[in-house]
Ligand binder design. Structure first.
Ligand SMILES: C[S@@+](CC[C@H](N)C(=O)[O-])C[C@H]1O[C@@H](n2cnc3c(N)ncnc32)[C@H](O)[C@@H]1O
Length: 156
């Protein structure tokens, strides 16, 4: 059977502009470190007409490293598509971590959802089907209200 997971990335998406060097790094460093659920997600995304929108596995591993370095626990995912960066975030943050994931489309999220469920990380995700800005405004308002409450309690 054809291995779809190796067809998604192209050099134009990465920092390295030599196709051969990029392929070498993918084969020797990136693919061997890529968790199985992310490989699966890449495979199911590969046949989508807009597969190029998905996060590339090398960028994904940089993101996972940054999430680990800052001990991220609560994150916001703006633009989910089929969920590659969402799943890598969910796999990286602690079990009680939370991700607010926003996308206009439920249909593309649904493509990766069975893999997210199988990986046992769906409980960390609150998917909101919406335009991102109103959701972000609402989140900001909640933060402001909670901040004011804390100030009042502090002075009370
Ligand atoms: C580049 S893709 C995201 C890739 C994804 N992070 C991944 O790892 O595969 C962009 C996504 O943003 C969504 N999108 C575009 N404009 C949006 C908006 N204004 N509000 C919410 N989602 C939006 C699109 O539906 C699309 O799924």
């Amino acid at each position: 059977m054809e291995d779809k997971t190796k067809k998604v990335s192209t050099s134009s998406k990465g920092l390295l502009q030599s196709e051969e060097l990029y392929e070498y790094l993918l084969e020797t460093s990136v693919y061997p470190r890529e968790p199985k659920p992310l490989k699966e997600l890449r495979a199911v995304t590969a046949t989508h007409p807009r597969a190029m929108m998905g996060t590339s596995p090398d960028s994904g591993q940089l993101m996972a490293m940054l999430l680990t370095l800052v001990n991220a626990k609560r994150t916001i995912e703006i633009g989910v598509f089929t969920g590659y960066s969402l799943l890598l975030t969910a796999l990286t943050i602690p079990d009680d971590g939370k991700i607010t994931a926003i996308d206009l489309n439920w249909d593309t999220y649904e493509i990766g959802l069975p893999i997210i469920k199988k990986a046992g990380v769906e409980h960390k995700i609150n998917f909101i089907q919406s335009e991102a800005l109103p959701v972000l405004d609402k989140l900001l308002e909640t933060v402001r209200i909670n901040h004011l409450r804390l100030l009042v309690l502090d002075r009370g």
